[in-house]
Design a protein around this ligand. Structure first.
Ligand code: DP6
Length: 352
């Protein structure tokens, strides 16, 4: 498929509407870090969609008013966010030809703390893209559920890359990979549940809030620094190659190899940041303390507790519900919570 396949329909009939949609966040196992023009990822990525951390969004569309966007986050008016959405809407007009023909009031709230560093852009743009597709079908006729989700994923990607993966539950792939049939740089696809061992279908993601507040370097700037990073090409190649073992691991249920691969991906992401020019470090002391504690715990108990990181200091603690989870939860509560800023932990699951 090409971008041409997503162009908007010529015939539509707009009217004022109120639409509400909800979309979860996701956490990548093989990371997207580096992109080209028009939000094309430098390498494929795969993520788990979370079950509880979501953005709920209500879009009020006033047809035939001059184009403007007003946004509210948890009841508070956000002008910066409105500007971002306005720019985004202007950029997708060819795919939704009616989009600039009205006024919007967008009310959005997250089920997780705003400052937590949990990717609100993923769930946020996912929810907005779903609202837009809902409006599009109201104005120009229904398409199949499959087509509608694909276009929502395509549109979400143009808002924030990782958002395109949030449209599907379970494991989701975005970016063309020789290993994954049907994969595309333009939208995400669901990784077949049949190709996943049951141990990976009931997992926990507990996010330790090591540092709450604004990050020193945004993802957008971080992606941009990959353009001049001398290690970038090797990294993109490695991410592509990592799909080979990942596929086998997901099928066989090989937990030790899964742990090794997922932690390697997280550390590589942060190594790329350290090797950027200018260099930056998003991990905090607490991040490193927690990583070392996890490694000690695994050495001592052989229990499957491991971590991943996104572009921030918080640690995503991953562990399966395989009978070992009670011991792991006790360890987290007694040994790891001390490294958070305010005893902050967001407990989510990936069950499908
Ligand atoms: C480290 O999707 O936030 O979480 O496309 O610029 O909006 P933009 O970036 P974003 O980057 C996410 C980076 C990551 C890895 C990942 O989710 O794959």
């Amino acid at each position: 498929m090409t971008t041409q396949d997503f162009l908007g329909k010529e015939n539509y009939n707009i009217s004022s509407q109120t639409i509400a949609e909800s979309c979860p966040s996701n956490i990548a196992l093989i990371k997207y870090w580096g992109k080209y023009k028009d939000q094309i990822p430098a390498n494929p990525s795969i993520s788990y969609t979370l079950n509880h951390c979501k953005t709920n969004t209500k879009v009020e569309f006033f047809a035939n008013e001059p184009f403007s966007v007003q946004t509210f986050l948890a009841g508070n008016e956000e002008h910066k966010f409105a500007e971002k959405i306005e720019k985004y809407f202007r950029s997708i007009e060819q795919y939704l030809p009616w989009i600039l023909k009205g006024k919007y009031i967008i009310k959005t709230e997250n089920t997780f703390p705003h400052s937590s560093g949990i990717a609100s852009s993923a769930s946020g743009f996912g929810a907005i893209a779903k609202c837009l597709m809902n409006l599009d079908e109201t104005f120009s006729g229904k398409t199949s559920e499959e087509e509608s989700l694909k276009k929502a994923s395509f549109l979400a990607r143009l808002g924030s890359g990782s958002a395109c993966r949030s449209l599907y539950n379970g494991l989701v792939v975005w970016g063309e990979s020789d290993e994954i049939e049907g994969s595309s740089d333009l939208f995400a696809i669901k990784y077949s549940d049949e190709e996943i061992h049951s141990v990976f279908k009931d997992f926990n993601d507990w996010v330790l809030l090591i540092h709450e507040g604004v990050k020193s370097v945004s993802s957008t700037v971080g992606h941009g620094l990959m353009n001049t990073n001398p290690y970038a090409e090797r990294r993109f190649q490695e991410a592509r190659e990592n799909f080979v073992p990942m596929k086998e691991i997901l099928k066989s249920g090989d937990m030790n190899s899964f742990i090794k691969l997922v932690e390697h991906e997280a550390l590589t992401l942060h190594a790329m940041m350290m090797m950027s020019d200018p260099a930056f470090i998003l991990m905090k002391t607490g991040t490193l303390e927690v990583i070392n504690k996890i490694w000690d715990f695994r050495r001592e108990t052989s229990l499957p507790l491991f971590f991943t990181l996104d572009a921030g200091a918080n640690v995503h603690l991953l562990f399966p519900n395989d009978g070992s989870e009670d011991k792991i939860k006790t360890f987290i509560e007694s040994e790891l919570l001390q490294y958070t800023q305010k005893n902050g932990v967001v407990k989510d699951v990936m069950k499908f």
